[in-house]
Design a protein around this ligand. Structure first.
Ligand code: BMP
Length: 479
């Protein structure tokens, strides 16, 4: 069979000859079952769940007609997409990608499995031009995490990854929805189709396929219904997000109480949290806290003091409890730098009930020193102290980069994004702004907005606009 493909970069028409064209999806599945690449029984997954089925496509390479057949089917699926390089995730998908590259006459590159430090160039095998587009092929997708991990490495080497092609998608559509926000996922065969094919061919019974469907549904439910969340303050926040249909955190950085409460009057109904920098206020007094707590109660929002603690445990313990602000007494959440190590969380939360924090994982200020390793270490500390850490403050300049961060966040913890405005840009001291859409499509649970709202001509109308634009994406992305 001959198909034609227009390569947008070189504006040339390529003739692609699919040699075999004898492979169909149905035959592919039956052959995988024949060779034991699809198994039924009881298998323990990495997550600890007991699965009634298991896929392992590694042995496919010993069956040339299956391997070249799947390559043909993938070519058929991706022939109209725009990319300059083809890559496969080692090891299983690499031979498939090699055949696809050969059929389409598009260069192959791949990422080393044993990675070197990012940015040294040598992580990618093959030659390529920076800024070009690469499609990544994988044999199986379950959570999408490993594909996103691969994409991140390609992006770090200067390539664009906008499409993934996978042979078997066992994610029951859940992860596709997640991935689609950052990259397009093209799945050749979904779990449902596999079950239908095997059932029609009497390879599995109706009962077996019902059990498998129940199993995948229960796993997906388990992932999304917050069962993982042990931190009760996080649960409270999530309930308020639902109740108020708002992901909006207002950053109320003004220097006097009059302006402060004037702005709250206009926005309280629309926000899920109010973020303070208490030390900005010139006229702070005890009554301020009493009034603030009343507002929070009446309008059902939480209070979040953006203190950014960053000292040794013994010092932050006092800073949190004492001084004129006595932050522990009124702020549901605080922000904390994990830089000093885990002692900071021990000092802050020892003996403290009903309080939680967000760790700064990737700041919005240009040139900040939080590199990938730092961010990863922050997630590790946060995961260990999840009783007192509700999530992370993360910023990225695009939804793709943000999605990569989101995928690293430990289960049950949230991602809050500052540096958000209706339009992307930068202020005069390097604060970077990303749009509401990018923030939410990148997976933010809440957006933190300050000047975008408090400096607006019509504060209430603007707060509603931020709230509605964010909520629409959050709500649509749910299952
Ligand atoms: P604005 O939307 O006006 O730029 O305000 C953002 C708020 O979020 C500020 O209070 C700032 O201190 C805070 N913030 C941030 O901008 N970037 C970060 O990385 C972390 C923050 O807490």
């Amino acid at each position: 069979m001959i198909v034609y493909r227009i390569n947008s970069k070189n504006v040339q028409i390529k003739q692609i000859i699919i040699k075999h064209k004898t492979m169909t999806k149905e035959l592919f599945i039956l052959r995988l079952h024949d060779i034991g690449a699809i198994k039924f029984g009881e298998f323990t997954l990495k997550s600890g769940h007991k699965s009634p089925f298991y896929f392992d496509l590694r042995d496919m390479i010993s069956y040339p007609e299956i391997l070249s057949g799947i390559a043909d089917l993938i070519v058929d699926m991706i022939k109209d997409l725009d990319f300059n390089y083809i890559s496969g995730v080692p090891y299983t998908a690499l031979p498939i990608a090699t055949l696809v590259s050969d059929i389409m006459d598009i260069p192959l590159i791949y990422m080393r499995k044993e990675e070197k430090a990012y940015g040294t160039k040598n992580n990618i095998i093959g030659t390529f031009e920076k800024g070009s587009k690469c499609i990544v092929i994988d044999d199986l997708i379950t959570t999408g995490e490993s594909l996103m991990e691969t994409a991140k490495k390609f992006i770090a080497e200067g390539l664009k990854v906008t499409d993934f092609a996978v042979a078997i998608d066992r994610s029951n559509n859940i992860e596709q929805k997640i991935m689609n926000n950052a990259c397009n996922l093209h799945s050749l065969i979904k779990l449902d189709e596999i079950l239908n094919i095997l059932e029609s061919a009497n390879r599995i019974s109706k009962g077996q396929s019902v059990n498998i469907r129940k199993f995948t549904n229960s796993i997906n439910l388990d992932k999304t219904n917050e069962k993982n969340i042990q931190n009760i303050i996080t649960k409270k926040l999530l309930l308020k997000i639902e109740a108020k249909k708002s992901n909006l955190v207002l950053s109320l950085d003004v220097d006097n109480q009059k302006d402060f409460f004037k702005i709250i009057d206009k926005t309280a109904k629309h926000i899920v949290m109010l973020k303070t920098h208490i030390d900005i206020l010139n006229d702070f007094d005890k009554d301020f806290i009493i009034k603030l707590k009343e507002y929070a109660l009446i309008h059902n929002f939480m209070i979040f003091e953006d203190r950014k603690f960053a000292d040794i445990g013994n010092t932050v313990r006092k800073q949190y409890r004492d001084g004129i602000y006595k932050i522990k007494d009124w702020a549901n959440f605080i922000t904390v730098h994990a830089l000093p190590g885990e002692g900071i969380l021990q000092g802050l939360f020892e003996g403290v009930e009903n309080r939680s924090s967000f760790l700064l994982a990737k700041m919005s200020s240009k040139g900040n020193l939080m590199n990938d390793t730092y961010t990863r270490n922050v997630f590790n500390i946060g995961e260990k102290y999840s009783k007192n850490v509700s999530g992370y403050i993360c910023h990225a300049n695009s939804k793709e980069e943000l999605r990569l961060l989101k995928n690293k966040i430990p289960k049950g913890q949230l991602m809050l994004m500052p540096g958000v405005k209706l339009k992307a840009g930068e202020d005069e001291t390097g604060q970077q702004y990303t749009t509401v859409e990018d923030a939410m499509q990148g997976g933010a649970d809440c957006i933190i907005v300050g000047r975008g709202i408090i400096e607006a001509e019509d504060i209430e109308k603007t707060a509603i606009e931020y709230k509605e634009r964010a909520w629409k994406i959050y709500d649509d992305a749910r299952f």
